[in-house]
Design a protein around this ligand. Structure first.
Ligand SMILES: *Cc1c(COP(=O)(O)O)cnc(C)c1O
Length: 339
């Protein structure tokens, strides 16, 4: 038995999910005739209290579409230095939209309204790129699963409104935040112009993200998705997995969070661990004390069939997920206690 704590993207569909996918009613979604896709888009939009949704093969394509929607070539977006849209989308911000990034030095991937206000270029000063978009991430990926307070997001929204900026949420792990902080999804829908959410991380679907926004924005997003090659045909089979995941896999995220916290508690007793980032959700980031090697720890854990990953600079990452079961957790806890 191999225990993979490298990412929450490694989960595989269960028999029940596969059966649900198998039974889906499908049609040609490029003609918008797939009832299961429409049902998923509608349900997620309603969940967040937004007007419309659009199914994407990946979170990257959903984010890139949002950035394309809200910007013109030459303009600039504001994001945290850890942002997925900047670090892990292949340079798509510049490739797809011709946009540059003004990166802020946030706290665990989270930025503040005053930081945003200070980063906006004067629109009359035509020497600088025109600031047109703010992107935030919740939970933060590279920031270690940290979650925003709604009021802090509302403050950023005020700055956006006062400066004519669009506001996009990369909510790949928004489900984790909703469960951890017991927040209402409709509160997020009320703040953002667009939100991308991922079905293939904590929720355990094999593929899929949804972009949410106004009817007008989602209508324009349809063309952008087509241009990016994301128009798919009988894709209701995949959307069905998302519907199954929404119905069955949200509340249980609390277990992933508990297990991540329990692993952190054990690590906190170890002399070879120098620092642990606060664990709010399913991501745990810790640093090793001087003289200890991340590669050696990874190797030693691997010998015990436990896989974790390095983030460089002697920082390591553990991610809990749907396929990390209680028996595995018991074994990991016992193994770490002996280290
Ligand atoms: C995973 C992730 C995405 C999208 O990733 P895909 O692999 O393209 O689905 C976007 N933003 C964040 C913060 C993520 O963690």
């Amino acid at each position: 038995m191999e225990i993979n704590l490298i990412s929450d993207t490694i989960t595989k569909p269960t028999q029940e999910m596969l059966q649900y996918m198998f039974n889906a009613h499908v049609g040609d979604d490029v003609y918008r005739q797939d009832p299961t896709v429409i049902e998923l888009e509608t349900r997620v939009a309603e969940f967040f209290g937004m007007e419309a949704g659009l199914f994407f093969p990946s979170g990257t394509m959903a984010n890139q579409t949002a950035i394309k929607l809200h910007t013109q070539p030459g303009e600039q977006l504001i994001a945290d230095k850890y942002a997925h849209v900047y670090n892990y989308e292949g340079g798509g911000v510049s490739f797809n939209s011709g946009v540059s990034c003004c990166l802020l030095d946030g706290n665990r991937g989270m930025i503040t309204a005053s930081q945003v206000a200070g980063a906006i270029n004067d629109p009359e000063f035509y020497h600088s790129p025109l600031t047109s978009l703010v992107c935030v991430e919740n939970t933060t990926n590279k920031g270690g699963g940290a979650c925003y307070e709604l009021d802090d997001l509302r403050e950023i929204k005020k700055v956006c409104d006062a400066n004519n900026l669009k506001f996009h949420l990369d909510g790949a792990r928004i489900w984790n935040a909703l469960v951890a902080k017991r927040q209402n999804p409709k509160d997020f829908g009320a703040i953002f112009d667009t939100i991308s959410v991922c079905l293939s991380k904590g929720l355990g679907a094999p593929i899929g993200s949804i972009l949410l926004g106004s009817k007008a924005d989602i209508h324009r997003a349809l063309r952008i998705r087509k241009i990016l090659g994301g128009g798919m045909r009988q894709v209701g089979y995949l959307a069905a997995a998302g519907l199954y995941a929404l119905a069955n896999n949200i509340e249980r995220l609390a277990e992933d969070h508990r297990r991540a916290k329990e692993i952190a508690a054990i690590l906190s007793t170890k002399p070879w661990v120098s620092h642990i980032e606060p664990v709010e959700t399913n991501i745990l980031i810790f640093s090793l004390a001087e003289g200890y090697s991340d590669q050696l720890l990874i190797e030693k854990l691997k010998q015990k069939n436990i896989l974790i990953s390095s983030m460089g600079h002697n920082k390591l990452r553990v991610v809990t997920h749907l396929d990390y079961k209680e028996v595995m957790h018991t074994y990991v806890v016992e193994t770490l206690q002996k280290f």
